[in-house]
Design a protein around this ligand. Sequence first.
Ligand code: ACM
Ligand code: ZN
Length: 544
Amino acid sequence: MKKINLVSIVVLCIILLGGCASEPNQEVNIIPQPQQVTMADGGFTLSPKTVINVIKGADDLTPACTFMSTLVEKSFGQPLSVVNGEMKRDAINIAVDPSMRADAYDLTVGKKAIDIKAGSSKAVFYAMQSLRQMMPVGVEKGEKMDKIRIQNVRIQDEPRLAYRGTMLDVCRHFFTVDEVKTFIDMLALHKLSVFHWHLTDDQGWRIEIKKYPKLTEIGSQRKQTVIGKNTGKYDGTPYGPYFFTQEEIKDVIQYAADRYITIIPEIELPGHALAALASYPELGCTGGPYEVCQMWGVFPEVFCPGNEKTFEFWEGVLEEVAELFPGEIIHIGGDECPRDAWKKCKKCQARMKKEKLKEEGDLQNYVVHRIEEFMKTKGKRILGWDEILEGDVSKTAIVMSWRGKKGGIEGAKRGNEVVMVPNDYAYFDYYQAKPVENEPFGIGGYVPVEKVYSLDPTEGLTPEEGEKIIGVQANLWAEYITTFSHAQYMLLPRMAAIAEVGWTPVAKKDYDNFLKRAKLMTQRYEALGYNFAKHILQEAKTNE
Ligand code: ACM
Ligand code: ZN
């Protein structure tokens, strides 16, 4: 009797253990949700002996391989070797196939090998991010392991929109090179493709321009900062000098490129100009004096487009910016530019007369056209806030719709390419939870994660017009965000939602399922040491 019991226990154990080992997980939990997932039984065992095997590469494949190799290095105590050869066992076999769409990948995790076919190195990187999210979160913090099991699955995937971005304002408050790099890491984890870097504004000029050194000598610091929402009380503490040297910018550009992320720099014109005017007062309509702004809002002191020197300045700045940033698109701002100063300015009025411009709005339009023509000579396209639609903006300019979706819809109907960043869905400086009194002090508004998730950037457009929507983005303005930890809190988990908006077709989106995956994703945030709004998902309904 005793003996039988022992045998049956052993048999039961074998069945159970065997069963566990071959039991397929019912799903993989990836954000953004891939287009097509086919589950299979079993798993692949990644070990220090597994190699990254490039069957058919591309010039820029190295960073994707390095990413995977170093991801597991901390756990394994050694990186994975990268080799070239025919299809192998115990390998991550990679083939870049230019006949596939550029951002598409086909990832098969089999029992003996992992195979990645992809349209580009960037898409190989996306496959790596999917693989990463199938690994235990311990890899993110280098928990010691000698093997990593990855569920057998086939994922055929590509993004809905090529441009999936997030904007970081480093003017109102500054973030260091290391913090900006961590921000880029956050974009990479979510398969975002664009970092929109807001580099100039009233409260600080943050990019070194060799031809105009006073921009950073004077414009990168303010005497003090207003307390709260323009209360009239100031903290009495100088802020700055804070700026990025061109060498630092090159370093950040390379860091982003190694994660297949394009940086779009923004140089604000003709408004939001006080830091520049404090540095070069002759570029304003009155000649100043001006001060780097110490409070928040929209200010009447803007650049003087009546003065030819202002164009010389813009072109000098943009020439250096165009040389630094390899991407095709440069953001030239264009938002919130009061025109009262132009009405009173002899130079502006003379320009309007000479160019036969009827009103000051036409003068802004003249600026945008002239700058666009200049940027074309540098091989660049311009992107501007939706105010640029108020004139007869050229068809080649890209419109960034921020005052809701309205501008984007109008732009697409006019035939312009559009990036959707509607403030009521995608402004991550807005509160994400109620009661707002329990949240860190912020600018106002209310954009909970569910609202972000509900954005359909092409809603209300015909399929042909919808083609004009090239992207979607979230914006993090930093008036009230004084630390990077607070920035992360505002970005996470909403960044996961905007990533899925940009990647996953509407038919595949499912908010309850997203919540479940987002909860798992927060374990990864925790392992990576990212601050995030913990209560958001705890309070949200899930189907777990
Ligand atoms: C903006 O929020 N002023 C573009
Ligand atoms: Zn003027």
